[in-house]
Write a protein that binds this ligand. Structure first.
Ligand SMILES: [Zn+2]
Length: 282
């Protein structure tokens, strides 16, 4: 029997063991693993960020990307990708440090049954979660979830030292932006690079954000649930208000200091620069 690297048997697309899964577009394998993935998604959705169904998927019959002949864990029905376009394969630090702590907290509660692609030693895959550790452990953890025994551990004061940011695996192409509140060509270039890494922008990285760059930003904010209007490439009031709401969620545009007013002024630009730097590294 063909098995994945984590020891699970592979499923064919027609398998009756694959079932729809409400958090994603696609399917997962039913049973204990499904219970664990559902619990993971519930907590990710409330403690990390909202899951965008259209940007999240599960079962796929394919090999590991850029590794022909090695079946992907997605082929077992026990791997999922969450909010894939904003946590692109190979990128690092697509989550804030506190979001990353929340992920680790959830995985700890899940008793080793889930591995996160952001913890891979080699190429990171921050969208990716997969089941591991054998059937007996899956059953044990799933039974605990069914019995309501897996606790939601509230975050306590984080006393551990911040871990050093990896530098060697960063995209080399990124600028370290001055957080000066001026949306100059370097900032515009950083937006274009981020959008292109998310697969939303395919044109020139020229530091001149025009219609196509802003269409990408609108599409990105729309996918995250912050922007509901037309994708017209015009950074109007609703687009900027959506950006401000997103930055507020990331803790970069606090309600105590600034209003969500749709004005692309220095405070908003500076918060956006800080966000871009969390993506690009400093
Ligand atoms: Zn994946």
């Amino acid at each position: 029997m063909a098995v994945s690297r984590l020891g699970w048997d592979l499923l064919e697309p027609s398998s009756s063991r694959l079932v729809s899964f409400k958090w994603i577009t696609g399917k997962v394998r039913k049973g204990d693993g499904e219970v664990i993935l559902d619990y993971l998604c519930q907590r990710f959705n409330s403690e990390v960020e909202p899951i965008v169904k259209a940007w999240s998927w599960g079962y796929a019959k394919r090999d590991v990307r850029e590794a022909a002949g090695i079946p992907s864990e997605h082929q077992t029905g026990w791997a999922i990708d969450l909010n894939a376009p904003i946590h692109g394969l190979g990128l690092v630090d697509t989550f804030s440090r506190s979001d990353e702590s929340a992920i680790h907290r959830i995985l700890k509660d899940l008793g080793g049954a889930v591995r996160w692609g952001g913890d891979y030693a080699g190429r990171k895959d921050e969208m990716h979660f997969e089941l591991q550790g054998g059937l007996a452990n899956l059953k044990r953890v799933a039974d605990e979830i069914r019995a309501g025994q897996v606790g939601e551990v509230k975050p306590t004061g984080n006393t551990s030292k911040p871990k050093p940011k990896p530098s060697s695996k960063r995209p080399t192409d990124y600028a370290n932006l001055a957080t000066d509140g001026v949306f100059g060509d370097k900032s515009q270039r950083a937006v274009q690079i981020l959008m292109s890494q998310l697969g939303l922008y395919e044109r020139a990285i020229d530091g001149d954000a025009g219609r196509y760059t802003w269409e990408a930003v609108q599409t990105w904010l729309n996918g995250l649930g912050y922007y509901q209007r037309a994708i017209d490439g015009k950074p109007g009031r609703y687009t900027i208000a959506a950006l401000q709401q997103f930055l507020r969620k990331k803790g970069l545009y606090p309600a105590s200091k600034w209003r969500v007013d749709g004005d692309f002024g220095p405070a908003t630009v500076e918060a956006f620069q800080r966000y871009l730097n969390t993506q690009n590294g400093q």
